[in-house]
Design a protein around this ligand. Structure first.
Ligand SMILES: Nc1ncnc2c1ncn2[C@@H]1O[C@H](COP(=O)(O)OP(=O)(O)O)[C@@H](O)[C@H]1O
Ligand SMILES: [Mg+2]
Length: 371
């Protein structure tokens, strides 16, 4: 516990009967980039605001660099924060906005000059000192907000959906910048987003949030390849969730595909109570006779061309709906609506999970689906 940059222990926050955060335990290592990823209302901002010192938890302990910070005001916690809405002071120019945390900490004038110049250098805005926020683009405002958050060299940098207000192109450019800042500063970052692509692209580890709790913590690869629940499987990326029935002796049935098969030999056996098989659309392919694969028939019901890949919606004779992702340049000719096709997948690429299957992937989990 001592080496952690940030340690949340059993933190809870309740507003009357509303549970905003429950049993939240997370250790962030020095220099690590950890993202809280979840739908709106899952408690992400609550966790960040508790860490920043803007919200008091109802229960639990919180340390930053081994020190208990719960009794400390925000400016003593050595934590910088970037908000979604920039929250720059509109009446102050860029210099004064960035200098603000230093003035609050009674840093000398000469040191303020030096540090503001270096922060603006880092976000590539030298020469903008005398501009007001209203004279900047969205991306420039977000860079100023970033400079202001790092200018006092905080040990931990918090970002709450910092790119949410930007359009897609700018968001991707800013993601690359954030990666560069992280490398350059070497600081610990706790980042919040509801955008799974952003979380996968930026993070060392992701904590997937659902209904005020952490549903899973792991590296982007862990979360994507080995989701622990159907909720996580469906929140991260696209997934086919198929009804799975145990037949005993580690034999299983997929009624939607009309298949019965032996569980593949692998490190971790499927849970005995597994009720769903989650299969990524890119793990499905046209049948090619490979022996380890399971094969079935389906009909194409929808074709969506997405540039570098095509997404097909298919329906089996047993009325299961499936998504198939095919990269451009795959040898076979594109499928068309109404085509009958033989598909295959390797069961070792799928995750068997407890909990019932519901139709089509959704970002709002049914109640009771979280661990
Ligand atoms: N001041 C408050 N009073 C009452 N409920 C709140 C307050 N702040 C947050 N909540 C509730 O707590 C839950 C989590 O909110 P929040 O942490 O803002 O979620 P997120 O950032 O993931 O969208 C939501 O249901 C929200 O309505
Ligand atoms: Mg929020």
């Amino acid at each position: 516990m001592h080496g952690a940059a940030v340690s949340f222990r059993n933190i809870a926050k309740r507003y009357g009967s509303v549970v905003a955060l429950e049993d939240f335990t997370l250790e962030v290592q020095p220099g690590e980039f950890v993202t809280l990823l979840g739908p709106s209302g899952s408690g992400k901002s609550t966790a960040l605001n508790i860490l920043a010192g803007f919200t008091d938890p109802t229960e639990g302990q919180l340390t930053v660099a081994g020190r208990d910070v719960l009794a400390m005001p925000p400016e003593r916690r050595n934590v910088g924060m970037v908000f979604q809405s920039y929250s720059l002071f509109p009446h102050m120019d860029v210099f004064d906005n960035v200098a603000f945390p230093l003035k609050l900490r009674k840093v000398s004038r000469a040191e303020i000059q030096r540090r503001v110049a270096s922060a603006l250098e880092m976000v590539q805005l030298p020469g903008y000192e005398r501009r007001r926020p209203s004279e900047l683009s969205g991306g420039q405002r977000q860079r100023v907000a970033f400079a202001r958050a790092v200018v006092f060299e905080p040990a931990v940098l918090l970002m709450d959906e910092p790119l949410g207000a930007l359009d897609l192109k700018l968001r991707e450019a800013m993601q690359a910048e954030i990666k560069r800042y992280h490398r350059q500063l070497g600081c610990t970052i706790v980042f919040v987003t509801h955008d799974q692509g952003e979380a996968l692209a930026l993070s060392d580890r992701i904590a997937v949030m659902g209904q005020a709790r952490i549903a899973q913590i792991g590296t982007p690869e862990d979360i994507y390849d080995r989701p622990v629940s159907r909720y996580v499987a469906q929140f991260i990326g696209r997934t086919n969730a198929l009804e799975l029935l145990p037949m005993g002796q580690r034999r299983w049935q997929l009624p939607g595909l009309g298949l019965t098969f032996d569980e593949p030999a692998q490190d971790a056996p499927w849970p005995a109570e597994a009720a769903a098989l989650c299969l990524r659309p890119e793990h499905l392919r046209r049948a090619d006779g490979r022996s380890s694969a399971l094969e079935f028939e389906a009909q194409v019901s929808e074709v969506t061309f997405l540039g570098d890949h095509t997404l097909y919606l298919l329906r089996t004779r047993q009325a299961a709906e499936l998504q198939l992702h095919e990269s451009r340049g795959a040898q076979a000719a594109p499928l068309r609506r109404g085509d009958q096709v033989r598909l295959a997948f390797d069961p070792t690429t799928a995750s068997a999970l407890s909990g019932p299957v519901h139709a089509a992937s959704s970002h709002t989990p049914p109640p009771g689906d979280l661990p």
